[in-house]
Design a protein around this ligand. Structure first.
Ligand code: NAD
Length: 354
């Protein structure tokens, strides 16, 4: 077996249908006096419900979370947290809302209690992101890792298929990339494999039977494993590409991950035999890249970057940006290789088996 280093991240996870009922006890357990409840405008009602559950321990609701955490939104939220004397944040929502909690924690070191409602996985990572003048900066800081995460699958029942499918594929992408990361290790790879297995099993059922609680729970479990995987190891080609596409061309986050992951997998799979073995097992296939494409199609996802806002004339610039700074990838990153990958993703072609 190859040598490895693995640093486990701290954090408490409370998982289960109805676990939101434990929120008030979890907040009290941390000795929090006034928690600011964060959400998007769309999830305001859920945030109000959580605020009511906290009673005197709620500092109020701030519902201005936005995708990619624009710096102006982060500043306004920090001011609101200060004005209300908040000593913690409760973030209820997807990666955008949890990202806003992280922006506050980055400045003031306040603990975050995360109540995730998508499969993005941000709640398990010490990774923050802030967008200024159209450029998204990211970094790692242990301060922004949520102290407690409450996973209540009930909260995902309202996730419509068009969000659930890409969000689940985004989680699968975290798992895939964790397996061939420069800092991959057998503990995280085991979790990532289990994550792919759970998500691939649960997501098609959710699309067919949105009220299937067992499938909803299994998908949330997979998302937890995917976030823990992403948080513990470094990223490679897939996340770099999606970061470039999202940041420079303003493409939607989960949809971009969905269209790119089959192609990033095809590009790397033969350079990482361990990834090939694990994905083949998890997806019950001898063609993991093709199977990921088929899975996403079965979820009704858009597979062509052209359908999520990418313009053909920007593909060359995207390839330039994605290959500008050398970074780890199991297969060497070449300009021609990435341009061809982007062309396949742009047109939504099914990857061909090598
Ligand atoms: P999101 O948080 O933007 O949510 C998408 C939309 O779905 C929002 O309008 C939201 O209110 C709504 N929504 C969320 N849960 C719902 C539910 N259960 N029912 C109905 N509607 C619901 O999307 P996301 O994909 O979760 O997060 C994307 C953001 O997270 C991006 O900015 C991305 O960069 C970031 N992210 C960060 C990390 C990290 O580790 N830092 C990891 C993954 C994603």
């Amino acid at each position: 077996m190859r040598e490895f280093a693995y640093e486990a991240l701290p954090g408490r996870v409370v998982f289960g249908v109805g676990s939101l009922d434990q929120l008030a006890d979890e907040v009290a357990r941390l000795g929090i006096a006034k928690a600011l409840v964060l959400s998007t405008p769309h999830q305001r009602a859920q945030a109000e419900d959580i605020s009511a559950r906290l009673g005197d321990r709620s500092a109020g609701v701030y519902d201005k979370a936005e995708m990619h955490v624009p710096i102006a939104v982060a500043k306004a939220a920090r001011e609101e947290a200060q004005r209300l004397g908040a000593d913690a944040c409760v973030a209820v929502g997807g990666g955008s809302t949890i990202g806003l909690g992280k922006a506050i924690a980055l400045e003031f070191g306040l603990p975050i209690i995360a109540v995730p409602t998508t499969y993005a996985g941000s709640e398990m990572t010490p990774i923050w992101g802030l967008t200024e003048d159209g450029v998204k900066k990211t970094g790692r800081d242990p301060k922004v890792l949520p102290t407690t995460v409450i996973y209540d699958p009930n909260l995902t029942l309202t996730l419509p298929a068009f969000i659930a499918g890409p969000s689940g594929m985004n989680a699968i992408a975290h798992c895939v990339e964790a397996m061939y990361s420069e800092t991959a290790n057998p503990i995280i790879s085991m979790m990532a494999e289990e994550g792919v297995c759970s998500l691939a099993r649960a997501l098609p059922i959710i699309i067919q039977q949105p009220d299937n609680m067992e499938a909803r729970s299994e998908a949330v479990y997979g998302a937890y494993l995917s976030g823990a995987s992403l948080g513990a190891v470094g990223m490679a080609l897939h996340h770099k590409l999606c970061h470039a596409l999202g940041g420079s061309f303003n493409l939607p986050h989960a949809e971009t991950h969905t269209a790119v992951i089959p192609h990033a997998t095809a590009y790397n799979i033969d350079a990482s035999p361990d990834t090939k073995e694990r994905l083949s097992r998890a997806l019950r296939t001898d063609d993991p890249a093709g199977a990921l494409f088929d899975l996403a199609v079965s979820l009704g996802a858009k597979m062509a970057l052209s359908d999520v806002g990418m313009k053909e004339e920007d593909l060359d610039r995207a390839a330039d940006i994605a290959t500008q700074n050398p970074y780890f990838n199991p297969r060497p990153v070449t300009r021609d290789g990435i341009r061809a990958l982007l062309d396949d993703a742009f047109h939504g072609r099914r990857p061909t088996k090598a």
